[in-house]
Design a protein around this ligand. Sequence first.
Ligand code: C2E
Ligand code: MG
Ligand code: MG
Ligand code: MG
Length: 291
Amino acid sequence: RAASSRAERYAFYRPELNQGAHERFKFESALRHAVGRDELVLHYQPQVSMASGAIIGVEALVRWQHPELGLIGPGCFIALAEETGLILPIGEWVLRRAREQSRAWQRAGLAPVPVAVNLSARQFSTDIAATVARILADTGLEPQLLELELTESASMEDPQQSFLILRQLKDMGVRLAIDDFGTGCSNLSYLKRFPVDKLKLDQSFVRDLTTDADDLSIARAVIAMAHGLRLTVIAEGVETAGQLALLLDNGCDEMQGYLFSRPIDATACARLLRDHVAIPVAAAFPLPLAE
Ligand code: C2E
Ligand code: MG
Ligand code: MG
Ligand code: MG
């Protein structure tokens, strides 16, 4: 961190860093045109019920088909989009695209499945309720087939304001989830009042679940608290059967992660939704618990 701020201070004097600034400027103006040039795509990652093994939802994750760099992930451009305000048109595009995809799958005869969309803090503070209402009206379909994910840290920036917006969104019938839960220092008296349906246990607690007793304690506590508040809990980033066994043993309701599927494009997702055979997770992975 210290090294990078020193580098920033000397950026003026170092031609290769000026080159970097130029690259950044190019990247930013390309991002500015990404929506209009139809370069963004959504991939979808299934969410699996532990009890039934059914796919009970899919999360839409944005990617950018950059003309020179190829397909790049949100980790490379969401922060810049937030800084520049481009997250507003991008976020609106994502919402609309997710709803259109949902409708296309339904028209193709697939069983309806909720599609979750990530909202950034910046989007959440604009007139997000009006935007969502407009998109719901434009695209038809039941509002319950849209789930909105807000990170715990974004929701706690101004919890009173979040409460009011979440209430408006809930009144429209959309489902609400708190993303990256456990990393954002929740104000529990607000969490209790938020009209949310689901907590997403952050993947940082899932990663070392089988070897780090502290992570296991946190996972257990989050699951117990969620259930006490009558919320569903889904674990993010489940990659191994060992993690799954511990989550299952501790009563986690749903899972999402590479163990089941990576995020995949809409065509592959439609195939998965059509062909997936639901087997209770405990029966599909009859494994002894990790020590
Ligand atoms: P997130 O919402 O917490 O999404 C989960 C991230 O974990 C995704 O990364 C997903 O591909 C990845 N992941 C899923 N399963 C596994 C696993 O088993 N192991 C590991 N190591 N990773 C897994 P992705 O797609 O790169 O997205 C990163 C973040 O970018 C998302 O985190 C979300 O905060 C943000 N993001 C993605 N799409 C959008 C969007 O449309 N709008 C906004 N505002 N943010 C978005
Ligand atoms: Mg998410
Ligand atoms: Mg997350
Ligand atoms: Mg995340």
